[in-house]
Ligand binder design. Sequence first.
Ligand code: NDP
Length: 311
Amino acid sequence: MELIDCLILGSGPAGYTAGIYAGRAGIAPVLYEGIQPGGQLTTTTEIENFPGYPEGVDGNQMMDDLRQQCVRFGTEIRSAIAVKTDLSQRPFTITFDDDSQVQCKTLIVATGASAKYLGLADEEKYRGQGVSACATCDGFFYRKKTVAVVGGGDTACEEATYLAGLAQKVYLIVRKDYLRASQAMQDRVFANPKIEVLFNTNTVGLFGENGVEGAHLVYKKGTDEEKQLDIQIDGFFLAIGHKPNSDIVKPWVNTDEVGYIITEGATPVTNVPGVFAAGDVADPLYRQAITAAASGCKAAIEVKKFLEENE
Ligand code: NDP
């Protein structure tokens, strides 16, 4: 079986930055892109807060640039998805969705996080037919239509604002009586005449003959003021947070109750020697491109040290 010195799972800012650093350290890493090549930033539009881009940068552009930088320093990029790991002994064995297997001396888990859904049967029923968790991917289909976004955080506000640029009307469905998004994001939402915020509101179902045509909502659920209401919509967008993609390493690597990989303090070191975690899969707090990139750098430095100490 092929034996790789440093295997990187994931192609977001964490994975690619790990590739750049490991490549420059002469390790010849192999990086598997996984389910979403380029990671979550490929589903956003403009990135305005990554240092070094005074005018902002398109998410896809930034990930293309990172990928090229990675390749330049000798990282081999492959496109399969890891489905199983055996981290019980070194070298570790990783199995991919094309049934291939490789062994590796060190592993950097940079598998990121995935969008969460409410758990309604109708979300499954209408997936790809009006239900989406990515406004920038699917918003184009809702030009001049009516859509709803669920959530009250920065993502929800960002998606609602983005969709308002395309659709004729956007409902923002918020379960509490306030938005938890940053003030700047909230201001943008409240200033946009196309966005109607529905506070204290939960979605309980979707309806429609040919794809989503509306949503069943409940206002102030469980109180004396409880009211059922239906809204007519063409698209239903989830923006309620993310789940860390740690399932494939969970049998071996310690995670918290949500599934975030637990690392030693501010390092990417996990409980399994030789396995390092970088980016959103290990970051319940910051989840930013810049923090993910930084942790990818740290992981590659740890890999170099580990290989030197264990060869
Ligand atoms: P958050 O965890 O911040 O917010 C999730 C939102 O979804 C909350 O309003 C939450 O409600 C709501 N929610 C969760 N579960 C449900 C449910 N079952 N039903 C209804 N509503 C639900 O996630 P985000 O993705 O918005 O943000 C993640 C991180 O990324 C944050 O730190 C954010 O600041 C950052 N971010 C920054 C951006 C930027 O700076 N440009 C852009 C996007 C994100 P409740 O409040 O009631 O818990």
